[in-house]
Design a protein around this ligand. Structure first.
Ligand SMILES: Cc1cc2nc3c(=O)[nH]c(=O)nc-3n(C[C@H](O)[C@H](O)[C@H](O)COP(=O)(O)OP(=O)(O)OC[C@H]3O[C@@H](n4cnc5c(N)ncnc54)[C@H](O)[C@@H]3O)c2cc1C
Length: 558
């Protein structure tokens, strides 16, 4: 018989004051900013679909896929046991669950299939909740979604590939596309000598006779998700840098000369395989006009940049959710953390940043919806993509870092979601154009596309009249854009480049301020404007001005 001492756990083994797991919640329905934005922007028709996914992603099982896929990294098999080339990456089953779910819920295809208002916003909401659960697998999902934008430049290829790209069947088998029920697209631009300046690419494309078929030879330093079925590739042909579609298998059903050299040992994004690849006379088809590869692939890049903005907002949202959950259950000094005044300041500040991020990402997605029929929205999307990608990519790592600290030491431990979110966050600023490159793109849009400037000014005008501090900020930014900046852009030279980050920041804050006064609560808009636009804020989160209405701001969270 056990003694009573043996029956009860030793004091050190009692899990006192530990936080219950955050499971069985709906990632969509619990996000008021997102649900409101979805109905405001014409995507109400998709709400049941998004909500269904939101519920699934909140289950313990779906959460475990993210942890498993991250822990059990993909493995490259360059050769089979007989020494033949294999060039296959093998993934943990959890990766396949994630991929299957995202394909079935049409994260890769919705706006291409549903030609109706709100389709981009609906898909942005799907991505926003999915990236909160596991962001790594959204890389091939995003590239597939975006790749179609480039393929449109080649109608014959579009006709051939789009039915399988748009399929809701996830088919991970390594087989020729003809034998599969669904296929995925990737992209390979970056080379050893540089990713920002793709004009320096040395990969060569040799034309086969007079056809639109080419043989590609060269090396790509980053090629993510190499198990995709075909890749948009940049290579130098006779007429200059051109865009190609390079499948893993040739049309005659042989493996293409696509050799995976190794997988990158990455800081984060570990569930996803990112590789170095060698092409040795790999068969490919020209996409768009020969010699105009950058302008062909830029349509794909713009869509992936949209996704970078959405994913950054997603990481901020999930960090906030985790931080608020933890602080709502953990006590210190006799009170729940969420009731400690200084912690309330930190959480409210994080909430404001997250709300403004979501509003900006969804506003951007809405402009992608409208840009098909509205030139003004097209011009807005052009410049707002760069602004949002830069700003949200920069805010997210600091935001996640601060949210992680709200969990104390528990946030630093892999069993919490926080390290995974933290490692993922800087990626969205690096790929698809790193911070400086994107800021220079903002300058490029302003100097070369007058419609982009006009669209931005229109957007600012529509936010005026609701808060005089915001009005003053917008007037200053407008004066800058139409005065100093315009003049400096005209003069050319390097001087204007030194101001590119300051400018991109101010434009992002102007957009966010406008969105907050229009769509957030009065208390949140007020705190956002006094802290971010009127300068009543420190350099860290948790430095909101004393009068900020923390109860109202945090009230929207619970
Ligand atoms: C995990 C991961 C996956 C990736 N997957 C893919 C993929 O699937 N396909 C693909 O093609 N690429 C991929 N990339 C590559 C990525 O797009 C590049 O890393 C990125 O474009 C930057 O290129 P780079 O690394 O060569 O940096 P560089 O071009 O060398 O730039 C280094 C730094 O210099 C800055 N810089 C560059 N030019 C200027 C300038 N004129 N003025 C001021 N600053 C400047 C940049 O902003 C950057 O901060 C991936 C990268 C990562 C990390």
């Amino acid at each position: 018989m056990k003694s009573s001492l043996q029956a009860s756990p030793a004091p050190a083994e009692q899990a006192l004051n530990q936080v219950p797991p955050l499971t069985e919640y709906n990632l969509f329905l619990t996000d008021r900013t997102l649900t409101e934005a979805v109905s405001r922007e014409g995507a109400e028709w998709a709400a049941p679909h998004i909500s269904e996914l939101g519920k699934l992603l909140g289950t313990e099982e779906a959460q475990s896929w993210g942890f498993e896929a991250d822990r059990n990294e993909p493995v490259l098999h360059t050769h089979d046991r007989h020494g033949n080339r294999r060039d296959e990456v093998v993934f943990h089953p959890a990766w396949h669950y994630l991929m299957r779910t995202s394909v079935e819920y049409r994260l890769h295809s919705l706006p291409w299939l549903e030609k109706r208002r709100g389709a981009q916003v609906a898909r942005a909401a799907l991505l926003m909740i999915t990236a909160q659960n596991e962001a790594g697998h959204t890389c091939p999902i995003s590239m597939t979604f975006s790749g179609l934008a480039a393929l449109q430049a080649e109608p014959e290829l579009m006709r051939e590939w789009s039915p399988k790209v748009l399929s809701s069947a996830y088919d991970p088998r390594f087989l020729p596309a003809q034998e599969k029920s669904g296929v995925l697209l990737g992209m390979a631009m970056t080379e050893k000598q540089g990713g920002s300046d793709v004009r320096a690419n040395t990969t060569r494309a040799a034309r086969i006779g007079n056809s639109r078929e080419y043989l590609i030879t060269g090396h790509k330093w980053f090629c993510s998700a190499p198990m995709c079925d075909a890749f948009l590739v940049l290579a130098q042909s006779e007429k200059g840098l051109s865009c190609f579609l390079l499948p893993r298998w040739t049309p005659t059903g042989e493996k293409n000369n696509f050799f995976i050299q190794r997988l990158k040992d990455k800081m984060g994004n570990r569930s996803n395989a990112s590789s170095e690849v060698e092409f040795a006379n790999a068969w490919a088809r020209l996409v768009g006009e020969e010699g105009r590869g950058v302008s062909t692939i830029i349509e794909m890049v713009n869509h992936t940049r949209l996704d970078c903005a959405i994913a950054s907002a997603a990481l901020m949202r999930q960090s906030l959710v985790q931080a608020v959950h933890h602080c709502s259950h953990r006590q210190a000094f006799g009170k729940l953390l969420i009731d400690q005044q200084l912690m309330r300041h930190v959480l409210a500040d994080l909430a404001l940043e997250s709300e403004a991020a979501t509003l900006l990402a969804i506003r951007l997605a809405a402009s992608f919806d409208a840009r098909e029929s509205d030139q003004r929205q097209r011009a807005f999307a052009r410049i707002a993509t760069a602004i949002a990608k830069f700003w949200l990519g920069k805010r997210s790592p600091v935001h996640v870092g601060e949210a992680l600290e709200c969990l104390g030491g528990n946030g630093y431990v892999e069993e919490s979601l926080m390290p995974r979110l933290y490692r993922e966050a800087p990626l969205y600023s690096i790929w698809e154009g790193s911070g400086n490159v994107i800021c220079l793109d903002v300058l490029r849009a302003l100097s070369r596309e007058p419609a982009a400037l006009d669209a931005l000014l229109d957007e600012f005008r529509s936010a005026k009249g609701k808060d005089r501090r915001l009005d003053a900020y917008l007037t200053r930014v407008e004066a800058d854009l139409t005065g100093n900046i315009k003049q400096a852009l005209k003069n050319g030279g390097g001087e204007i480049e030194t101001q590119a980050r300051r400018l991109a920041e101010s434009l992002a804050l102007a957009l966010q301020g406008g969105l907050m006064v229009q769509h957030a609560s009065a208390e949140a808009a007020n705190a956002f404007i006094s802290s971010r636009l009127s300068g009543d804020h420190g350099l860290t989160f948790g430095t909101l001005p004393p009068g900020a209405n923390l109860n109202a701001i945090l009230g929207r969270m619970t």
